[in-house]
Write a protein that binds this ligand. Sequence first.
Ligand SMILES: Nc1nc2c(c(=O)[nH]1)N[C@H]1C(S)=C(S)[C@@H](COP(=O)(O)OP(=O)(O)OC[C@H]3O[C@@H](n4cnc5c(=O)[nH]c(N)nc54)[C@H](O)[C@@H]3O)O[C@H]1N2
Ligand SMILES: Nc1nc2c(c(=O)[nH]1)N[C@H]1C(S)=C(S)[C@@H](COP(=O)(O)OP(=O)(O)OC[C@H]3O[C@@H](n4cnc5c(=O)[nH]c(N)nc54)[C@H](O)[C@@H]3O)O[C@H]1N2
Ligand code: SF4
Ligand SMILES: [Mo]
Length: 741
Amino acid sequence: MSQPIPDSTNKKHICSLCEAGCGLNVSVTEGSVQAISANQEDVFSSGHLCAKGVSLKELHDDPDRLTKPLIRDGNVLREVEWHEAFEFIKNRLKTLKPQLKENKSATAIYIGNPAIHKIDLLLSLPALIPSMGISQIYSSGSVDILPKQLASELMFGDDMAIPVPDILNCDYLLMLGANPIVSNGSLWMVPKFRDKLRAFQQRGGQLVVVDPRRSETAKLANDHHFITPGTDVWLLSAIINELLLLGCEVPQSYGSRNSEVLFQALKGITLKDASSYTGISEQAMQSIAKDLLAAKHAAVYGRIGTTLQVFGTLTSFLIEVVNVLTGNLDSNGGAMFPEQVFAKPEDPARSAQYNRFQSRVSGYPEVIGQFPVAALPEEIETEGPGQIKVLFCLAGNLVVSNPDSDRVEAALNSLDFFVCVDIYHNETTKLADVILPGSSPFESGHYDMFIGANGYKNTARYSPPVFKSKGPDEWLINLTLAYIAINDRVPDDRELLDFENSIVAQTVAAYCADPQGSLCNRDSAEITQMIGPDRGPERLLDLGIRYGRWGDHFGQKDGLTLQKIIDEPNGIELGAIRPQRLAEILRRPLDLGPEVILVDIKRMLDQKKRVAAKNSYQLIGRRNTATNNSWLRNLPMLSKGRDLVVLEMNSFDAAQQEIFSGDKLRLSTKVAELEVAVLVSNAVAKGVISLPFGFSEDTKMFQRVSKKGANYNRLLTADRVDALSGTSATNGIDVLLEKIG
Ligand SMILES: Nc1nc2c(c(=O)[nH]1)N[C@H]1C(S)=C(S)[C@@H](COP(=O)(O)OP(=O)(O)OC[C@H]3O[C@@H](n4cnc5c(=O)[nH]c(N)nc54)[C@H](O)[C@@H]3O)O[C@H]1N2
Ligand SMILES: Nc1nc2c(c(=O)[nH]1)N[C@H]1C(S)=C(S)[C@@H](COP(=O)(O)OP(=O)(O)OC[C@H]3O[C@@H](n4cnc5c(=O)[nH]c(N)nc54)[C@H](O)[C@@H]3O)O[C@H]1N2
Ligand code: SF4
Ligand SMILES: [Mo]
């Protein structure tokens, strides 16, 4: 936003670091942050705050955070003014234009996790992507949520229809591969999870966690079962068969189809089979099925441990099948669909967003218009028409976050042009030709699009920037890039404003053209006039809010506008998540047996049982409270001398190899070797080892001491994926382990 922001002592802000979206009180004096505390009145987070939220002050003041653009000058990145950086980009793109014209698929983008939480980045993408001629889209989704999205696309016809457990009314919660005590929830925005869990248990609720590690959440659960990594499909199949044996039938009210073919495909799977794959006893699986059925309200929820594995999509799909079969989907106290405030027009001709095209080298299927990051290195390395030559990386640390890190690094190094928009000089951005610094979280307005879609309750909240950005904010960075690509010149302020206005007008026209939408038959010029404020992504935000279910439909009803939300700094309560929304959500009848799922069940049945080689262990990842994926490693407040990158190993396994806590171990796969310190514990299952991801040994670019550690993703090959979505299966990899000191 362009207008100056007056200083005041206390400002409200929403933390953009994770999906919990905590409301903060930020006290500001003379342009600098003095303190951060939890906003007790926030309608969504009700006073939740974690150490990372408090560290936002250090992040904002961090001397390592980039504030000036850097451009490549031979082997070094040189600090320049903004205009020079944009001129540099213009010249390089102009030179590359003839080549890019001939090779139409040569420009790609990676959209990293922080972009999902930033309206400046998210709302400028529809302008950036076509203007830059980007034809290959990659995102952190394919090391994260894509299997869930694909499962929802296949079952409900909508990739964003992801049900969340109704923790406030649920009696039995089966949680697979998630650790919300540390992660604060994902695809289920549930701040203060600890308190909510306590309340749930106090009213008799049972939490059962299935995880190869006794996670921080598992420790608080009523029951925890260790599971062999990657075998959740066997557990879920056995539960489904048990439920059928107990007389369960898919409730007619769902109007579902293909349940018979699905159940037929799973029929032969016995408790004994499932037990031999999962390591969970037959009796325990039977009890889970019985308890799910007996509970008045139950839900099954799965997250990263179930998506970043070889059966990511099938696991996500079967989780919802259990919710359907027990009648808990779309039902009070079960798994329900929250109601998003921000909305976009529907494409009436929308077909299933899956496998409409395939990647060039390995034929990975497209999922929601994207290719998986597993395809990225080979698409850069492999010569021929369609080879990626230019890459834009928005808020992504590809070298640390994605599998086969050494190969990713080499591939990025071979690009003709590599542009990063990032706030740090790090393992990935150091390879760029240009780094354009994004703004600090306090320099952007915040509205979390995802919270609306996945919150434990419905709310609407927006926080304006605390400070005006010193350089162009990321909205303007992306619009400038788009303008340069179209016009071969760097725009002046007037031209940029005209361009922004034209984008807003086009977007409004698209909203008004939706024959089913709330703005159908409205005059788009009049609507454009009505949108506030003057500039920034907030205009498109206002449009989406007013168009959506809670919106005022631009004067047609008494509903929300962005201004009304701004006027309530603690947010607006929109009520509990509601049941019986399925009819509204389904784009086609609920499908319990899509062809690709049946094919994947066959893959599961053909799967050979893993036979562990000598000294071979299954490695799984974990998160910690003091970092955020691949960053926040250099903030003193979060460092506190703790060694975070420690390998956890089961005490029985350790005893067999005479390994003790503190010993140095070498982990190796066919692509890399890592050295790590070990902590012997009973928190991991036998045969399993757990290591945090998101670190690297390469920290010399930080002035501040950064927490060093082995880069987990170096051990992975890019081709270890969930077959249906191409999502990287970072969990459950076979690793050889050797004691070295
Ligand atoms: N082994 C293993 N690998 C994993 C996972 C795992 O569980 N195990 N989890 C995966 C998951 S869930 C995810 S989401 C991905 C995340 O992987 P990425 O998409 O790489 O996301 P981050 O690591 O969160 O941050 C990426 C970059 O964003 C920059 N950044 C931070 N804030 C901003 C900002 O406001 N603006 C801009 N322009 N840049 C910013 C940071 O400096 C950093 O370089 O990692 C995945 N990788
Ligand atoms: N503090 C902190 N919070 C974060 C992040 C962070 O980096 N730090 N990242 C944010 C992001 S981007 C995301 S996506 C979310 C993720 O949120 P969560 O999904 O809750 O993340 P994790 O803590 O990685 O929990 C995954 C669990 O899966 C288990 N697991 C591994 N393999 C398997 C398996 O095969 N089967 C089963 N059943 N379990 C398995 C692991 O042991 C682990 O306990 O967290 C978000 N919140
Ligand atoms: S839980 Fe997430 S949103 Fe809340 S303060 Fe911590 S990092 Fe920020
Ligand atoms: Mo994520």
